[in-house]
Design a protein around this ligand. Structure first.
Ligand code: GLN
Length: 448
């Protein structure tokens, strides 16, 4: 009740929720009450959690922040939503995002932009901006987001919460609307590293319903947390720390964070990621190509928005898609369709895949000499609402430090590391070896 009350008081300003699931949340809470009374409570029993609104929830509409799915009632729930429910969580509702998770600011939602709770004239980051803002404002105790190119880590940094993108294959994506299938991962966002560890525990693991989920053991993340980092080597990539255009406040906050990690016993070494300059270009070709095929299913016939007037089948497709999708989604579909078309496929898509392989190899080489990598999450603190909304290239460059992890499939985390002079939160990024989320959580916990 307290959480629902807080939502009704504060969310009209922040707009972090698309749908507040009052009735089903109260039903979840009653179930949790019963469990607690019977002495059967687990770590998440009765804990109010929100879900990014592209995770399917039976009984609660799932919109992807798009007009296309404004009234879509999914016939089944995603595995991650089921797992949280099974663990006793109370699902408070569905959180706002950039339309179909395409963006870095949460401004492209059909349901209006999300505001940064620390400063309402600034963006919360994106695309999981609602998931980050709701946690920061106390409108749920934790949430799930998705990260295709930074969408958990970047909004976590901008809102001063902890966010973790697991390794590709660690968490099931069954029942999560696909943006770019070779990059998407679901992950937790929370107020502390401990909470993040508990949430990851609840959602991680192999799922036979998702053929990309990997069957490897899930460690007990919580029990592995420790304040002692002796024996750990942290790599500092020259290309990230020396990058041009990094805001001085970010630079000094990251420098300070590295000193704190060293004081906890970690050793630091320089590492190189020589292909990082090509990451943004490669990502936007790969992600848009995959998006263009994934979004082909929204044809106005099977489900979703259908134009009220069309004289022919072709016109029905054209109008439904033009009216149902917003500008950024249409831009991605056009870029992707172009990159995949005959005659251009080798020049763009294949080339991007080759660059992707080089970026993955950069990380393999770097991790030969360190256990994890420390870097900024974003080049600058959150920008003002509307400041770059009309400038897609500048928006894309905001992902420069987060995108490589998705191309390589490795886990990444964002931990709050102070505030800018304007009072906006900043984030430290930790990147790990494939399936080594435990080391990330440990270092983050020691730092926090
Ligand atoms: N900002 C990136 C994009 O627009 C990443 C989005 C995401 O991770 N979902 O594609």
């Amino acid at each position: 009740r307290q959480t629902l009350q807080a939502i009704s008081e504060k969310d009209p300003l922040i707009n972090s929720y698309i749908t507040v699931a009052e009735e089903s949340a109260m039903a979840d809470a009653r179930l949790a009450d019963e469990k607690i009374r019977k002495g059967e409570a687990g770590a998440l029993t009765g804990i109010p959690l929100g879900l990014k609104d592209l995770i399917l929830t039976r009984g609660i509409r799932t919109t992807c922040a798009s007009r296309m799915l404004e009234n879509f009632d999914p016939p089944y729930s995603g595995t991650v939503a089921e797992k949280l429910k099974d663990a006793g969580a109370v699902i408070t509702g569905k959180l706002n995002l950039d339309e179909f998770a395409m963006g870095s600011s949460s401004e492209t939602s059909w349901f209006g932009p999300v505001k940064n709770p620390w400063n309402l004239s600034h963006i919360p980051g994106g695309s999981s901006g609602g998931s980050a803002a709701a946690v920061a404002a106390g409108l749920c105790l934790g949430s799930l987001g998705t990260d295709t190119g930074g969408s958990i880590r970047q909004p976590a940094a901008h809102c001063g919460v902890v966010g973790l993108k697991p390794s590709y294959g660690r968490v099931s994506r069954y029942g999560v609307v696909a943006f770019a299938s070779s990059l998407d991962q679901v992950g937790p966002m929370a107020r502390s590293v401990e909470d993040c560890a508990i949430l990851l525990q609840a959602i991680a693991g192999h799922d036979p319903k998702d053929s990309t989920s990997v069957n490897v053991p899930v460690p007990d993340y919580y029990s592995l947390l420790s304040k002692d980092l002796k024996g750990l080597t942290i790599g500092l990539p020259v290309e990230y720390h020396g990058a041009e255009g990094v805001h001085p406040e970010i630079r000094s906050a990251i420098g300070e964070a590295v000193r704190v990690l060293e004081a906890s016993g970690a050793k630091t070494v320089e590492v190189r990621l020589p292909h990082m300059a090509y990451a943004v270009a490669a990502y936007y070709v790969v992600a848009s190509s995959e998006a263009s095929t994934n979004l082909a299913r929204f044809d106005g016939i099977r489900y979703g928005y259908r134009t009220p007037e069309a004289a022919s089948l072709l016109e029905l497709y054209e109008k439904s898609r033009s009216e149902g999708f917003g500008e950024e989604v249409r831009r991605r579909i056009l870029v992707g369709t172009y990159a995949l078309s005959s005659g251009y496929y080798d020049a763009y898509y294949n080339k991007a895949l080759k660059v992707r392989a080089l970026i993955a190899k950069d990380f393999t080489d770097a991790f030969a000499g360190c256990d994890l990598i420390a870097a900024p999450v974003t080049p600058a603190p959150a920008f003002a609402l509307g400041e770059v909304a009309d400038d897609p290239l500048t928006m894309y460059l905001a992902d420069i430090f987060t995108i490589s992890a998705n191309l390589a499939g490795i886990p990444g985390m964002s931990v709050p590391c102070g505030f800018s002079a304007k009072g906006l939160p900043m984030g430290l990024q930790l990147l790990g070896k494939p399936f080594d989320e435990a080391t990330l959580l440990k270092a983050a916990y020691a730092y926090e």
